[in-house]
Design a protein around this ligand. Structure first.
Ligand code: ZN
Length: 234
């Protein structure tokens, strides 16, 4: 997957700039925070073939993909990111920072999932035993099906964008930002990897990057089906 590849490229560089924490347990938690909502929606979808669960899954997946692409490509940008709230320059790799390149990557990431999700669902419909309520659309012919597919893709894309924006906004406000005075470095862990205690410089204690990612993917999972319902009503 492109996200994994981008993550490989960006993580080493990001780690030089901001200590994002490492270790097996933390990585497992990160995977759960990034993919937990999408996985839960996919599991429910396996038992309840309602299209809203498909949309929730794809919306969560679009949000995490948009955020991953934005972070990894934005971190590689030459200029310093600016705060999504105050527009003041921030240190590279800091949560809540946005760059032009990162924002374009975010849009591309959400668009990518918005484009690949509808054909995947049509294939599942045609060759699987699923009926998402699209049978009437399929019976209506290619024109009606194309209309449904477009709305589906647009809802997933929008879910990804809104989710990634929530990620940036929470990253700039509620997310814990700590500082190790011993190393004079910004970090997200306490104690620091050097072993010294860190102090909170912004955000709420306990609101980690994982918590923010969870909220962002949940937003994508909620926005995509709601937007689909709204658009389909016209
Ligand atoms: Zn330190």
């Amino acid at each position: 997957m492109p996200s994994v590849l981008l993550s490989r490229i960006g993580r080493a560089r990001k780690r030089q700039l901001v200590d994002i924490g490492k270790g097996g347990a933390r990585d497992a938690l990160q995977v759960l925070a990034n993919g937990g909502v999408a996985t839960a929606c996919a599991v429910v979808w396996a038992f309840n073939h309602n299209i809203h669960w498909t949309l929730a899954f794809a919306g969560a997946y679009a949000a995490s993909t948009a955020d991953t692409w934005a972070t990894e490509i934005g971190t590689l940008a030459s200029g310093p990111p600016r705060s999504i709230l105050t527009w003041r320059p921030l240190g590279t790799g800091m949560s809540g920072g946005v760059t032009t390149r990162g924002t374009l990557a975010e849009v591309a990431g959400a668009l990518w999932i918005g484009i690949i999700a509808p054909p995947a669902v049509v294939i599942a419909y045609l060759y699987g035993s699923f009926d998402f309520g699209w049978s009437f659309a399929y019976a209506g012919g290619a024109h009606v099906l194309a209309h449904m597919v477009t709305i589906f893709g647009a809802a997933v894309f929008a879910g990804g964008i809104v989710g990634a924006t929530v990620d940036s906004l929470l990253g700039a406000t509620l997310q814990e930002l700590r500082r190790c005075d011993f190393c004079d470095r910004t970090c997200e862990t306490n104690p620091h990897t050097c072993g010294n205690p860190t102090r909170l410089v912004r955000g709420l204690p306990g609101i980690s990057n994982d918590a923010v990612n969870l909220a962002a993917t949940l937003t994508g999972a909620i926005v995509a089906p709601l937007l689909y319902l709204w658009l389909i009503s016209f």
